[in-house]
Design a protein around this ligand. Sequence first.
Ligand code: NAD
Length: 354
Amino acid sequence: MREFTYNANSARVVFGAGTISRLPDEVARLGLNRVLVLATPQQAESADELAQLIGSRACGVFSGARMHTPVDVTAQALEMVASCRADGLVAVGGGSTTGLAKAIALRTDLPQIVAPTTYAGSEMTPILGETSNGQKVTRTDPRVLPEVVIYDVSLTLSLPAGPSVTSGFNAIAHAVEALYARDANPIVSQMAETAIAALAQSLPVISREPRNGEARTEALFGAWLCGICLGSVGMALHHKLAHTLGGSYDLDHAGTHTALLPHSLAYNAAHVPRAIETISRALEVSDPSAGLYDLARACGATMALKDLGLPEEAIMQVPELVLEKPYWNPRPLEIEPLRSTVQAAYNGCRPTVG
Ligand code: NAD
């Protein structure tokens, strides 16, 4: 075993089915008296229900969260924080809602209770990506790490099959890159392997039967571990590409991760033999790039970035943007191979076996 450093992020986690009923206790436990409940417009009803559940300790609902955390939405939410004198935040939703809670916490240091309803994993990380003027800027700050996370399997049952699958692949991407991170360590790698296996087994079931409680439990457990991976070690080319594509072309975040992951893994594969061995074991395949592609397709995911709305000029532009501010990556980043990677994801072809 080589030398390593392991940093654990401290968050209290409540996991199970029906656990959202413990929200009022968690609000009281943090000593909060005026919490603002956050959601997207699509989940406004869930936010209203949670505000009712919290009762007199809730001061309002802001249901304007949007994907990629635009700073103008954060400014509107901050006005509401001030006008209702909120002393804490409750976020119910996916990464977009969690992102809004984090953006508010960054500016106010208010405590956050997050109830995730997708598999994005943002609730486990001190990372915040914000978009302004079409550019997504990511920062790491301990103030944005939520204090309490309530994982309630029942909140995920309403996520339709399509977004469940892509969100699951968004989670798998965190675990995949954790395995070859520059600061990889054996604890996080074990979590990554368990998480990839859990999601690979549960996503096909969820794609056919979105309300299958057992598969949903397995997927949410895997997603939690993937979130820990993302929050504990550095990410590489795949996340850099996904953020560049998402921020610059306003593509669906989870869908982009799904179509891209087989190709970004193929870019790195020859340079990360131990990670390849681990992912192969977790997926029970011999070539994990092709294996991830096959799994996503079998679950009904859209595999061509052009079908997600990516314009063709991105094939030339994105590698340049990646090289302007590169992330560390196990294989050196070179413009032509990067173009081939984006081109393959744009077309949605199966990565070459071998
Ligand atoms: P999302 O939060 O945008 O959700 C997508 C849509 O699905 C929304 O309309 C939402 O209201 C709806 N939805 C979510 N859960 C549902 C449910 N259970 N039932 C019905 N509808 C539901 O999507 P996402 O993929 O979870 O999050 C994407 C955002 O999260 C991006 O901005 C991304 O950058 C960010 N993110 C950040 C981190 C981090 O560590 N900072 C990690 C992962 C993702």
